[in-house]
Ligand binder design. Sequence first.
Ligand code: ATP
Length: 953
Amino acid sequence: METSDFVIGQRWVSHSDTGLGLGIVTEVSGRRVTLGFPAADEERTYAIDNAPLSRIVFQVGEEIETFDGNTYTVRDVDDIGGVLMYHAADADGGLHDISEVKLSGTLNFSAPHQRLFAGQFDRNGAFRLRYATFQHLDRLRGSRAQGLIGARTQHLPHQIYIAHEVARRHAPRVLLADEVGLGKTIEAGLILHYQLHTGRARRVLVVVPDSLIHQWLVEMLRRFNLRFSIIDQARYDALKEDEDDIDALVNHIFGDEYSENPFESEQLVLCSLDFLTRHPGAREHVLAAPWDLMVVDEAHHLAWEPESPSPEYALVEALAERTRGLLLLTATPEQVGMASHFARLRLLDPARFHDLDAFRQEEAQYEALNAVVRRLLVEEPVRAEDREALRDWLGDELDALEQEADPRRAIVDALLDRHGTGRVLFRNTRAAIQGFPERRARPVPLPCPPLYDGCRTGLPGLSPEQDLEPEQWLAEDPRVAWLERTLKQLRPAKVVVICAHASTAMALEHYLQLRAGIRSAAFHEHLNLVERDRAAAYFADHEQGAQALICSEIGSEGRNFQFAHHLVLFDLPENPDLLEQRIGRLDRIGQTETIQIHIPYLEGTSQEVQYRWFQDGLGAFEESCAVGVAVMAAVRETWQQALAGDTGALASLIEASAHETRRLKAMLQNGRDALIELNSCRREVADGLIATIEEEEAGARVRDYMLQAFDILGVDVEEHGDHSDVLRPGEQYQAGHVEGLPDDGLTVTWSRTEALEREDLAFMSWEHPMVTGVMDSVTSSGLGKAALASLSVKALPPGTLLLEALFTVHCPAPESLQLTRYLPVSPLRLVVDMQGKELSKALPHERLNELCANIRRRTAQAIVPKIRPQVDTLVGHAERLAAPHLEPLKAQALARVEAMFLPEIRRLEALRQVNPAIRESEIDFFRDQLAAAREAIGHASLALEGIRVIVTA
Ligand SMILES: Nc1ncnc2c1ncn2[C@@H]1O[C@H](COP(=O)(O)OP(=O)(O)OP(=O)(O)O)[C@@H](O)[C@H]1O
């Protein structure tokens, strides 16, 4: 009997809709046949003449599955009246007779030749796309640029360096402490993007102050295509409303207010620290949810004293213990003191930072350490006294480090880590980066009105309006009239006005808007998040927007106002780090002009003292002053006396502060800062990375690939500009393969430069979700897995069969091992003939693409059953020829795994010498990971991922 004659009970598959699974013939009537598809619970009727169906016949040695889930291996097949009877063995060798009627309705032809035999083959173009996809994946996964090419950002060396250095780590736990406005949010975004893109992390929690929620949300989406979900009170309120009465009753009985944990239902969560610490339910939920990576912005809020950690610190500590990756961001790490700074380092790496006193003593050694490190990097041979110092610092570990491929670098890294903050702290400064516009202080001394007679001095003198009615001070405080005048003079220039208190900001804004007719907006903690963002957006609007934004201190943190060049400090903060935060709103990447810092102060009051101290003692207006808090601690008493009105104290305050500033800066420059700088940006590495990224972006590789894919997947492309296109679903659109293409189309650019100028265009890079989605979809689906082509070349007689086979390395392993990092895709292409000769060099892929033609589907379907034995032989030849390629790939992967884990293990062993708190189990964790990875790599195999059967004509 011909296998194409339909008989009730036979199993067939639809090659136009493979998702239906394995069908069973239920009716044959006249010229029509009806099939049931149990897996899809569907029935379809076809015209017999052109039914897109292929008969499924399992061969001896193949595995079959029955509808009750049992599997068997076929030993023999009989045809009984057109319906097949399989004689098959179970796992114990017991033989069974199984009619094909009993076969499972789900069909999973993973092997390409099985797909071919089942009629599930594609055109040549799909096979080419599949091969191209594996090749690009392999190149991209092996590239140092991987994870760094998708962001809509400029390539700034200090950011690229940090992102690359941190994001590759198994457990990225660092303090990003660049000076204000140098792009810590962007660095964190790059690290997140990298970790998510490479599958190192899936669940991310970002914790920020209330006022920065929206900015983070927007920045992550527009720059990194990362869509975060905000969890706040509103989300909890909505949850409560959604719960029906029965839930409420159950929860009431079991004492659980919310049955759902919203932190578990989202992958990328953005949340305010304040909300988490205030809302006990949220606190419990966030701790119960698993996270791979956590980011805490403005981490200086995590105050800590040895006996009394703040609730914010305690919560972050609890989360930090449960989370592999942790990024803490602050421009002013020492704002609330040295102890808190140490405590944050401890959150990151408790094994290394376990003793505050020891940490303090280490700081005293930084100058000596720096001197040795510098010499080590440039001098040859190493001086005898330096060798001695190295032996002291590193002990026996020195011997192992000397065996490394680049021993000097390994020794320097170990020194920076074991005796500095090397691995965990990154800080870039304006001085090191250069190219920032200047900041100019414009003091405006004003007479103090009698109104403030009772509160000119001490801390109240910094904001004397606090205890008065707004009507009164608005009328009499000369800073108000000056502000009105100045804003009018500066019109239409945008001006950010910052004052310490919300009440001052509110009153001022009210006055400017209603009485002075100046378009302004207020930004303070009494506005809700939406109102704050509306105010910031109104201020940012170039044409219709506000001229002035009047902020309370919360506006001085994290926000981006670099489009403005004028800053008015309506009052001055107590803390020099807060001053730096305020100026940092304008002094940020993207600022194009000199920043004018207007400082109206009332003569003879605390305001004048504070102005003179900041200006003459610390020089903190015109330059970023990282030592401000340390100087403050040293001169605190004199500062308080000066604020209290003691003019003699003011002179000594300025002198002592200037002296201490110079001394600390010089000391840090030679010690701590120098060490941190060494570690924070290695320019030659950063430049190399940027060159690699730019090389990847140059040319039109990603566009060419996507055009190839769009052609197969039915997406219409219309040229839009030099680097941009409009994409629209076409008639043959295969929605399942293309993520995020709206029905009415999408305008995209393939150029980073254009993407930075035109935010309305989607930036298509190798890491855009649509591109990665297409690549994933091609490799994980059967698209292009099997193809049939004809070839006419004189050299080969007609009817000759060739096989172009594509293999990749497969290594099933728990996801947590992240083995794809070490074992690249490594696509292997072979071309074989029936004699088992390997012809890939003689017939390169591109040449075959030119020469091969598609075979009409009906003809192909008739050919396939006839050439089945030959195809099996060709596949056998290909597998035999491929096998020897596996071992070298495994060896390479093993070397990479060891290079990752062995230094990690050695480091913990070295740290344990000084820190008994490191448990053996912590070191065992890495040893176990290494052992598991070794074992998994041992089981890696080559898998046949695609075939093109070529028939010469
Ligand atoms: N590589 C980049 N390309 C384009 N814009 C950038 C880049 N890096 C930073 N920016 C922009 O510079 C500004 C400052 O960056 P960001 O907010 O990340 O700084 P920050 O160090 O977190 O600041 P702060 O200390 O105030 O929190 C932002 O407007 C950001 O969008």
